[in-house]
Design a protein around this ligand. Sequence first.
Ligand SMILES: Cc1ncc(COP(=O)(O)O)c(C=O)c1O
Length: 534
Amino acid sequence: MRRLAMDRAKRLLFGSFLSSSQSSLTPGPASSCFPFSPFSSEAPMSLYKFPPVTVETINPKVKRCEYAVRGEIVSHAQRLQQELQTKPGSHPFDEILYCNIGNPQALGQQPITFFREVLALCDYPALLDRDETHALFSSDAIARAWEILDLIPDRATGAYSHSQGIKGLREAIAVGIAERDGFPANADDIFLTDGASPAVHMMMQLLIRSEKDGILCPIPQYPLYSASIALHGGCLVPYYLDEGKGWGLEIFELKQQLAVARTQSITVRALVVINPGNPTGQVLSEENQKEIVEFCRKEGLVLLADEVYQENIYADNKKFNSFKKISRSMGYGGDDLPLISFQSVSKGYYGECGKRGGYMEVTGLSSDVKEQIYKVASVNLCSNISGQILSSLVMNPPKVGDESYESYMAEKDEILSSLARRAKALEDAFNSLEGVTCNKAEGAMYLFPRLHLPQKAIKAAEAAKTAPDAYYARRLLDATGIVVVPGSGFGQVPGTWHIRSTILPPEDKIPAIISRLKAFHEAFMDEFRDQGVA
Ligand SMILES: Cc1ncc(COP(=O)(O)O)c(C=O)c1O
């Protein structure tokens, strides 16, 4: 009886495959580690008496991987939010303010109209044949939607695309990059991805062969990097950013950490640079970038340039320069430096995190290595088409003379100038707190203030079996509903404590947030201030 049921299940599971290639089945290379072919009638059947998967038996690399920006503190915030819904008035605040993650539209930021118009028209092209559409949509959005649809085979936005992304969209992105940098870009170097994160994973997968392969990463860092390195079984080689110098990236620190790693027989394969920085908000100077390029060339490292915050610059004396532009301006061509640049639709003034669009530009790798990247990309078939379209739009926004240009610029300027004001207001607020110092957010979307916590607070954290910054963040959440991430999730110089807060809450809520923060901090210090300190 059981044998009959088994045969039926096998037929249902493998029936279509069996019928198309009945007798010529040979397990592919991936099957060679199975003691029994899944297609053989000899496969034994066993009845497990225990759960086949437990936390003890899963891949240890998965267990090692941590991602603080959605960690414990956020789960606690979600519980509090539910309690507020079921029992209004049960906490000393009436809403949870998520300052833990760079997700602008979750905090009320509006999407850029032009981008959404084009997306809507591409998603439902029948609108393009309707008269009303001309009253509802701008003429350049209609024209752009036609242009984009014509780049897509059969105008089928619901079909899989080329695994690297639709060629015409990659060409448009290459034009955008060339305009930004003043140096040519090639559509064949561009891999469209579902946000920057999968692109980073793909590169880690490509570079990390064993735990002896190291990736130099800034500390503090955005935990995508530590998580991805852990998942792929590599070794994170830390280099510390200098908080005392506005989170400066010092070349001697890179050299020193590289040397230490090499003495431990780690083969360092790549250097990650996040510019503008997350969580640290610094924007690198051109000189500094040139030194970094030279360092990578000399040491034979791949430069992984995370440039997802390229549009988020707030300091008047700072400017974003892509590493591609810097290296080309130094006279280095594609063959001189392996350079991978990541860009995303999630950040900038567009903040379209949920659309999952992004790309990496891969230069300085040989065509056979690029073929391997293409092969890995093709395992996922393709990235989503709306994200691909959006990536082409953010790299080619409306131009002077287009109908949408003025309203587009007004929306963009309003978002960026408001972010700059919010960054400054929160920075000043943190700096006004007793025992807190906070570097300027020159760019990106975060502040990373340092907490000089009293010994008594550190002891209280110890008693609560938690890190002091996690203790502070938890107390802040319980008292105010404000969610920040403890610095330990990003890495920090041992013995120093930080929190990361986004600058994203709506501008009209910032004064209330600041007064809640100040009241909390004063009470916290009154509770824990070391004896004899005024
Ligand atoms: C520095 C940095 N890189 C990459 C990402 C990934 O963004 P996404 O996958 O949404 O493009 C983020 C997201 O916050 C980030 O801060």
